[in-house]
Write a protein that binds this ligand. Structure first.
Ligand SMILES: NC(=O)C1=CN([C@@H]2O[C@H](COP(=O)(O)OP(=O)(O)OC[C@H]3O[C@@H](n4cnc5c(N)ncnc54)[C@H](O)[C@@H]3O)[C@@H](O)[C@H]2O)C=CC1
Ligand SMILES: O=C(O)C(=O)COP(=O)(O)O
Length: 391
């Protein structure tokens, strides 16, 4: 019997992928071997040693201590692309609302009092304060061209906007999906200098914290719209508010409100609503439940953010995945050790993700516990995960 701890509400369609005869699921489970969650912040939580897999029913994993899990050899799974359409639609809604001043206009309309004739007079007098502008004359900058960014860029093109994208790490899959009408910016500064609106679709990591800052906002033409449905912290909120107050920027659409943002009349604040559609909740839950189940049942790794290449064939083969700090000669040391242990290495692949480098070794035979222990003891090795074939 596997035990799954849920830290947020997970769509029943996802939980149904874990049969009751084999899975005990709940929010109070002790010694779980799997955890399923959405945005619950795990950083302050003591994660039981029993946990072998963590599944994030969504995209962003900055609420999970991924590095610590990597060094414990615990894969963290997410649901790539499963909520991307939902976020795209809310970005488009935000852009349209901002360019047509809808939030201010609705507040104005809600406050109008009197009978129908009085309302009509007040509306006709007041509407001049909410004259908007149209999207086809505007250029949108899309920062981060992953699952969401690509969809936003392609949709904005179809609305008649000019679109400029920036993503130095774009995946092959995204590059294929991106419309050829999207221009590429050579740098972020280049993007800001030509865009009337910008939208961020990058993960919150050191390299992306504060990329929307005071200097770059000044590079935008007057009247700019800033959209952040990615994460608080990617935009320097104080700089955005200062730009709104100075009259340089027009509107800030934000999905991660703070007290300062909620109070500001030029901020269109959503309550972290990007992924909140029935479809996205179901897609994410099903995808991540499948990943956790397959891993717990036969070691298959699909959609892991920290062991991305460790897919284990079900019927044959032996593989070790070694997460390591980027130490020179480590791969050489591992190869020598394996060769000395009489292991024929079928394939040895080096990968990296963020600060962590991976070495993935496909072996033609079972590897001994002593050899695994020897690899673990090499300086700089963070974790060694040995996946054995089950059939
Ligand atoms: N508001 C909400 O409810 C939601 C928010 N999100 C946020 O949106 C983010 C993006 O989601 P997806 O598009 O699904 O992820 P993704 O992983 O498909 O795309 C992220 C893209 O950012 C790019 N990137 C990474 N570092 C970069 C940098 N320094 N400069 C430019 N590009 C960079 C990557 O190459 C990748 O193409 C998530 O990490 C999450 O934080 C995602 C879903 C829902
Ligand atoms: O998928 C993401 O990164 C999100 O931010 C969605 O968060 P949620 O699952 O709605 O709490």
């Amino acid at each position: 019997m596997h035990k799954i701890l849920t830290l947020n509400n997970i769509s029943p369609l996802g939980l149904q992928r874990l049969p009751r005869e084999q899975y005990e699921i709940g929010s109070e489970i002790s010694d779980p071997d799997g955890i399923l969650l959405r945005s619950f912040k795990m950083h302050d939580m003591e994660i039981p040693e029993s946990v072998a897999a963590i599944g994030r029913a969504g995209a962003g994993v900055n609420n999970i201590p991924v590095e610590a899990m990597t060094s414990r050899g615990v894969p963290v799974f997410n649901a790539p692309g499963a909520n991307a359409n939902a976020v795209k639609e809310l970005v488009l809604a935000g852009l349209l609302m901002a360019s047509r001043n809808i939030h201010g206009a609705m507040r104005f309309a809600a406050d109008v009092e009197g009978d129908d004739a009085a309302i009509s007079v007040a509306v006709e007098a007041g509407k001049k304060n909410f004259v908007g502008s149209e999207l086809p004359s505007k250029t949108l900058g899309v920062i981060g061209l992953g699952a969401i960014g690509v969809r936003v860029a392609n949709a904005a093109l179809s609305l008649g906007m000019k679109v400029v994208g920036y993503d130095p790490l774009i995946s092959v899959q995204s590059a294929w999906q991106l419309s050829s009408g999207v221009e590429k910016a050579v740098s972020l500064d280049h993007l800001f200098s030509q865009c009337d609106a910008i939208t961020v679709h990058v993960p919150l990591i050191d390299a992306t914290r504060g990329i929307v800052n005071a200097e770059r906002l000044k590079m935008m033409p007057k009247g700019g719209i800033i959209v952040n449905l990615a994460r608080g912290g990617i935009c320097d909120d104080a700089a955005v508010l200062a730009s709104l107050d100075s009259g340089h920027s027009h509107c800030y659409v934000a999905d991660f409100p703070t007290a300062a943002l909620l109070k500001h009349p030029k901020v269109l604040a959503f309550p972290h609503l990007g992924a909140s559609t029935n479809e996205a909740e179901e897609n994410c839950a099903m995808m991540v439940a499948d990943s956790v189940r397959e891993f717990l049942e036969d070691g298959t790794v699909t959609n892991s953010v920290n062991f991305p290449e460790a897919h284990m064939p079900r019927t044959s083969g032996h593989r070790i995945t070694i997460a390591n700090a980027n130490v020179p000669n480590m791969v050489g040391q591992i190869s020598t050790l394996l060769a000395n242990a009489g292991q024929n290495i079928a394939d040895l692949l080096n990968k990296s993700r963020g600060d962590i480098a991976y070495t993935i070794v496909d072996l033609d035979a079972e590897i001994s516990d002593e050899t695994i222990a020897a690899i673990r003891s090499i300086k700089g090795v963070l974790s060694v995960r040995h996946l054995r074939a089950t059939a």
